[in-house]
Design a protein around this ligand. Sequence first.
Ligand SMILES: [Fe+2]
Length: 242
Amino acid sequence: MTQLVLPRGYQPDDEGTHPPLDFAGYKTTALRHPTKPLILLPHRLTEVTGPVFGAERLHNGDDDLTSYAGGEAVGQRIIVHGRLLDSDGHAVPDSLIEVWQANAGGRYRHVNDQWPSPLDPHFAGYGRAVTNADGAYRFTTIKPGAYPWRNHLNAWRPSHIHFSVFGQAFTQRLVTQMYFPDDPLFFQDPIFNSVPDQQARDRMICAYDHSVTTDHWALGFRFDIVLRGRAQTPFESEPDDD
Ligand SMILES: [Fe+2]
């Protein structure tokens, strides 16, 4: 087994920031969490020099989820923006941020999502952007609806947007979920509550941003993503299906 050598200046994550691999209230983690000690796989050339997505890979409109197949998506139009930051609050530029989410009625465009809420023919549910020199990103989308799942009786996921952040290689991908302020469904959601620390949970909730709200157009929300340190955003050990 490879000895883990930590870089100088490395700050360990605060306990309570990230969800455990096995969380009693989140049923599917019982079957999918590892039951043997983790093995550190050394990063070889392939892992650290794999395909990197730069701004040239993006197309016009990739950061706008409100238009698809020749029409406008139904729902509350919102602007979600923020910055990607390191542990010292410095900008992390040139990073690919991908998002995916349910439509305004809480339905994903996915074969496994079959609950009786209509698909929106003009909402695909995914987008991507690259952070600029200030580490800033911005999406225009619609507010996703809550949706039911089978974790427990009358289980509903709070409105959320899934975020993926690529580093300089595939192996550096981080995934999290962004929630909305004052959602009444937090109390019964085991995915949100699998993050042990209340302050860390709060860092998954965006803030209403009136300076970005646009008159007669869209509501604005701010969501900064912090990769390390005491203000770190909670990340999932594997992307949740839900
Ligand atoms: Fe989801």
